[in-house]
Design a binder for this molecule. Sequence first.
Ligand SMILES: C[S@@+](CC[C@H](N)C(=O)[O-])C[C@H]1O[C@@H](n2cnc3c(N)ncnc32)[C@H](O)[C@@H]1O
Length: 369
Amino acid sequence: MATAVDARQSGMPGPDDVDQNRLKRTDAALARRFVEFADLECAASGSGMSVNSPTYAALSRYIAKHPDLLALARECRAGQPIPNLLLAAVKRVVQDAPRSALAPHYERAARGDRPSAALPGAFAEFCADNRARILALLESRNVQTNEVGRCSHLMPAFGIVSKVARQPVALIDVGAGAGLNLLWDRFDYRYSDGSAFGTGRSPVRIDCESRGPMPETPARFPEVAYRVGIDLEPIDLADDEQYRWLQALVWADHADRTVLLANARRIWLQDSPRVVAGDAVERLSELIRAAPIGAALCIFHCHVLNQFPASARAAFTEALRSASHQRPVYHVSSEGEHLNVTRLVNGRSRPLLSVLRSAHGRWVEWSDG
Ligand SMILES: C[S@@+](CC[C@H](N)C(=O)[O-])C[C@H]1O[C@@H](n2cnc3c(N)ncnc32)[C@H](O)[C@@H]1O
């Protein structure tokens, strides 16, 4: 049987996951969740889930040992990744408290400095002083990180889909957030092997460490015949408060991601993609029906399925299979540690690409998927 860690690595939360089930949030289970988050996700390397955050690693290990902070974590909305939500809520309140003792620690983290020994104490004090506001965020907000760095592997995936289908692409972004990843063909890309894509004039430049030979990727971006996103709660980036929440979801040490977000927002404000509100499982078939015939139907999702209950995941898979009886479906899944690209026809799937990649798109291991 998969352990909680195995399950999360594959993007599939296990049934005993404390993120999903509020009743299972004992101190011990929550503490394990924070330690696991520090070990697996905040580590500098080790897996595609490891995104290097010394600050959040130090805070998570501290939270794991402190019942007052675990009690706060217990209040996160069910189905939400608890450490991400708690740390984002605190960061959101810090944004409004630049004179607090905690704020300089976050500023230092953003400059790339290692956390100081005084960080956990300042964090605990800040949480105690601002408990009501943090609680209100935990009860009302979702983890909706919209990470354009993930386009480092989405862009080649769309190129492969278009090449195999010999058609423009019709894109449906499931769990799109603000829909920033639907703007992938407005960005520039530079890979460590020297390859570059885009006009070279985009305000968003995605740098990616390319490990192993990159699959042949068309020099020109494929034509996009249709693009739409769906999200339970689409984010309006013209709304300052919603933008502040997306900023708060960027981990304290990741200043480069804050810059990417700000620049992608500039493009979004000029030309925002359509993101419909609703449950992807309920509304997927309607979006599929609207996709033009003559374009390769490409349904993609990044870091979304871990927010689906198990029954919704099964229903989503079934919806893709069912749609493939009407037309070929290209399924681009970026969950857990992997990007998988699959072609589904009449319920049967053929893998086109499977690679390891880092959760925020900083590296892609093309040869070892
Ligand atoms: C972690 S965010 C990822 C956003 C985006 N895919 C990215 O990679 O930048 C997960 C998103 O999935 C959305 N979501 C979760 N369950 C959903 C559902 N059943 N239907 C539609 N969207 C959902 C959330 O609202 C959230 O915006």
